[in-house]
Write a protein that binds this ligand. Structure first.
Ligand code: SF4
Ligand SMILES: [Zn+2]
Length: 286
């Protein structure tokens, strides 16, 4: 996937996202469905460089940034064998910036090793998810805010950029407080140095969310909530805040204005300016 992306310095980058397939993440967050894109057992040595090489041969390499997303943690050697790091670094040597994703608990020596191997500047994408105390504790993520803070400080102290994922509609957050907790979580990430924060609406369909939904502990977020959350984050200027639009068509919304609302979010992501809200005679805000 190749897409333009606004950065905190006001420049627009063209980034190439490569989805790699390897071992499943050892964490089992209640809201996550990334295990669908993984294999059983550890990633075989050589598999990721092979996949990466095939992608780069197909799409070429004219991008400002490469994102290596492996549906797990880049610094888990079961998912990304340490023996493959030099080959991966060599394949991506032409990119000025590199983004990988990792649980905060796994950021450490491997992170520094990889930062030292690549030619480009490293950014690590970390899921904060929510700072709602009950929701974070119940998410099965084995993360607390203190651990997140230490990971963020470690990255910044080593001149590595931090990108953060924040959820909209996390289980156990009361739906009437959903936008407020998302905005607070974004602000928390910005205060800890995130250069970019992406708001991700929780998507049902992984089984566990349906179970929590039946208990009344999860209500899927709506497109209108995503708009409200992003609108409230435009006052943040130190960092880029975007709405994640992957699979956004699945969010509940009015069929007559859904497309216009999504396009408005897409423009806001790209420009940092939210235009006027879409007015639609067919719907009250959903
Ligand atoms: S740590 Fe990330 S990849 Fe692993 S289960 Fe949680 S959300 Fe999914
Ligand atoms: Zn409408």
């Amino acid at each position: 996937m190749v897409e333009p992306e606004r950065r905190a310095d006001g420049k627009t980058e063209h980034s190439l996202t490569v989805f790699l397939t390897g071992a499943e993440c050892p964490f089992t967050c209640s809201f996550c469905d990334l295990w669908r894109y993984t294999i059983e057992g550890p990633t075989p040595v050589g598999a990721l460089p092979h996949q990466l090489q095939q992608v780069l041969e197909t799409v070429g390499g004219a991008a400002d940034r490469i994102k290596l997303y492996n549906a797990s943690n880049f610094f888990d050697s079961r998912a990304v064998p340490a023996a493959d790091l030099p080959a991966i670094a060599s394949l991506i040597a032409r990119f000025p910036a590199v983004t990988v994703e990792s649980h905060a608990n796994l950021i450490g020596a491997h992170t520094l090793e990889f930062a030292g191997l690549i030619d480009g500047r490293l950014e690590v994408a970390v899921g904060l998810e929510t700072i709602h105390p009950t929701a974070l504790a119940q998410a099965n993520k084995r993360l607390d805010l203190d651990r997140f803070d230490r990971a963020a400080s470690f990255l910044l102290a080593n001149d590595i950029d931090l990108r953060v994922f924040v959820l909209l509609g996390a289980p156990y957050v009361p739906t009437e407080e959903s936008i407020e907790w998302t905005v607070r979580s974004v602000e928390y990430a910005v205060e800890r140095g995130a250069s970019l924060v992406s708001i991700i609406p929780v998507r049902d369909g992984n089984g566990e969310l349906e179970r929590l939904g039946a208990l009344g502990d999860f209500i899927p977020p709506t497109l209108s909530q995503l708009e409200n959350a992003l609108d409230r984050c435009t006052r943040i200027t130190r960092s880029v805040v975007t709405a994640d639009l992957w699979d956004v068509q699945r969010l509940a919304a009015c069929d007559d204005c859904r497309h216009q609302r999504i396009e408005r979010l897409r423009r806001a992501n790209f420009t940092g300016v939210v235009g006027p809200r879409v007015e639609c005679p067919s719907c009250a805000p959903l």
